[in-house]
Design a protein around this ligand. Sequence first.
Ligand code: GLU
Length: 321
Amino acid sequence: MKSLITVVLLSLLLTGCGSDKTFVSIGTGSPTGVYFPAGNAIKKSVEAAEGNTLRISVANTGGSVENINNIMNQSMTFGFAQADRQYQAFNGEANWEGEPQESLRFVFSLHPEVVTLIAASDAGITSVADLTGKRVNIGSPGSGQRGNAEAILNTAGIPLDDIQAESMSAGECASKLQDGLLDAYFYTVGHPNGSITEVTTGRRAVQFIPITGMETLIASAPYYTATTVPIDLYDRVKQEGPVPTIGMLTTVVTHLDTPEETVYQLVKEVFENLDALRAQHPALQKLTPEGMLKGGHAPLHPGALKYYLEAGLVDPAPSGP
Ligand code: GLU
């Protein structure tokens, strides 16, 4: 009898009595990108924090567009999204043309992402114009890179019909290129990441393709920046830099209806354990609290705002005349 009571007490203790835990989900991306490991890094640092009651499940998904849609239909609590997709969703553009996702809320941003175009060296591709007629993965419909590939091809004056556009998931690209089933692929992603590491260490030599002539595109939107691919992170690539391209921030978003306390707690644990988060992935190493408040194109979620006010990271709004 005594041992039965001990078992019952112990299991109550282990389950935390069940009711005081809040279960949330975060939609990320492919395990070969940075979203998925970054989501796991957030899970680890938040769940390890003293007094935390959040339990986080990290889902691998098709990427930004799928994550935003899952948040809006409330099948997911949080999601990673490129800053450009966040902007377009909130304002009813591109995938959300005429249907502004007004309940989308910004939480914080993470690492910068780079639109990366990588091609097999034997495919005869040295510029975006050379993609004509080639077998190129532009990304799955749920991914963030698909919209970037389309915008870049459009800016370069290449109709989508002029390339053999594929819609593979990010996780498949490296092996498909190595197997000769792709000539090149677009991947909007932080560096270093698993996909580019895999494709640059395969038998078929690859090279990064510069994306130039994008000044008008960059100037047309508040979320793009001119940047370069950090080729020195990939030892096996024998290429002289820099490789110009465009980039934007990774952001974490949620629904307006996510309880204030849930968002507050996630944000607080992330910001107060930033060293632990930075240490978990090289792409996260340069995160700063100030930098993480950039990239918001939808309004801040009230739970996030509450923490930023408390931490003195944002100024209180003027209380009127
Ligand atoms: N930017 C990509 C997307 O939105 C995902 C990149 C990653 O998984 O790190 O689909």
